[in-house]
Ligand binder design. Structure first.
Ligand code: NAD
Ligand code: WQD
Length: 338
């Protein structure tokens, strides 16, 4: 298939590009590089041994998206492009609604006019909000707290309405839990700008000596060791999940579905720190600090639907997630020290 990856130069998109190309698909990346670097493209070529086609553009540029869909005879779109910083979305909600919601509407209009009707959308477990029960299945009520989370839910609702209006669409919204880890080559991985907000890249920078110590946001939660529990999933497993979803939408008559992509296992902050220390052979100094506003005690997926429908389940262990994060950190973080 000819597959367009909006946001394909970013963290999850670049790993998915590798898996798709290795399966023999033609991948066309469409990215405005607002949160990624062009050097990713050379690295992807190194990993796959193939030339990467990349369009430098914004998904809100509808005529450029249309031209790209037509010129490359695109069969399906994997839509990763979006802004994703929860805190920033409260400071500048308009930027989030414009980029994520308006950007998706523009993309959908371009797709509709070119009769490209297969779409896999990067949604998030953040749409569930505070868990009412665990593990979280797809029937769990949705009630996101941040503007970022609301953009994801609004997009899901738009996609659902679109599929109701025209049953020839094949749309999958994948709700990712906490993606971590990196490709085994150590050539691509998560490379946040500035001080990381997320746990794993923060731990990596402490392990590499860029940051002094980790602040653990609260050890008085109602969890086994008091620290927050999350469902960390290896980014390569997530990439495989997209392949399974593409296969599924091509062979079933469902116009719209939502699905969790998680492991089903909860891991606490302290557990992750201990595993990382072991895998990296590095001490991770930490201190316990106050809870972070908006955090929840625990969140992990019921991943059964993905297995029952698509035969997909995560394979990689937490140790592999830590080891691969460290391998990527130790090849990529030197620039922060220079
Ligand atoms: P990322 O920031 O690394 O990648 C997103 C890519 O989209 C970047 O390369 C960026 O330059 C590009 N982009 C952003 N706006 C664009 C626009 N208007 N036009 C063209 N390109 C644009 O993020 P990621 O971690 O790879 O996440 C991919 C998707 O998955 C996002 O939609 C995110 O909301 C979603 N998601 C991420 C996580 C996570 O923890 N990483 C969890 C759940 C869902
Ligand atoms: C994990 C745990 C923190 C940093 C976020 C988004 C979510 C999704 C994934 C996009 C929590 C603790 C963290 C630190 C810490 N992204 N922590 N010290 O908050 O579960 O989810 O990323 O859709 O929408 O909200 O992930 O990695 O920030 O935190 O103690 O310096 O680590 O309190 O328990 P989170 P996270």
């Amino acid at each position: 298939m000819n597959i367009l990856l909006t946001g394909g130069a970013g963290y999850i998109g670049s790993h998915t590009a590798v898996v798709l190309m290795q399966e023999g698909h033609e991948v066309i990346i469409f990215d405005n590089f607002s949160n990624s670097k062009r050097s990713v493209l050379n690295r992807l070529e190194k990993i796959t041994g193939k030339l990467i086609v990349c369009i430098d553009g914004d998904i809100r540029n509808r005529s450029l998206v249309k031209q790209t869909l037509q010129y490359y005879k695109i069969d399906a779109v994997l839509h990763f492009a979006g802004l994703k910083a929860v805190g920033e979305s409260s400071e500048d909600p308009l930027a989030y609604y414009d980029n994520n919601v308006a950007g998706t509407i523009s993309l959908l209009m371009a797709m509709k006019s070119c009769s490209v009707k297969i779409l896999i959308f990067s949604s998030s477990a953040t749409v569930y909000g505070v868990p009412h029960y665990l593990p979280i299945d797809e029937k769990h009520p949705t009630d996101p707290e941040s503007p970022y989370g609301k953009t994801k839910l609004q997009i899901e609702q738009i996609l659902s309405d679109l599929a109701k209006s025209d049953s020839s669409w094949r749309i999958f919204a994948l709700r990712y839990f906490n993606p971590v880890g990196a490709h085994e080559s150590g050539l691509i991985g998560e490379d946040p700008n500035g001080t990381p907000n997320n746990l794993m890249p923060y731990i990596s920078q402490v392990a590499y000596g860029i940051l002094d110590k980790l602040k653990i946001y609260g050890n008085d939660y109602d969890t086994p060791d008091g620290t927050g529990v999350r469902d960390y999933i290896h980014v390569m497993d997530l990439a495989e999940g997209h392949l399974a979803a593409l296969d599924y939408v091509g062979n079933h008559n469902e116009a719209f579905s939502v699905m969790n992509l998680g492991t089903g296992n909860g891991c606490s902050v302290l557990e992750l720190v201990n595993l990382y220390e072991y895998e990296a052979s590095k001490k991770i100094p930490y201190e316990i600090s106050a809870r972070r506003t908006g955090d929840i005690a625990a969140c992990y997926a019921n991943p059964e639907m993905a297995f029952l429908k698509m035969g997909w389940k995560s394979k990689k262990t937490l140790r592999e997630m830590c080891f691969d994060s460290w391998r990527w950190a130790s090849t990529s973080l030197q620039k922060h020290k220079d």
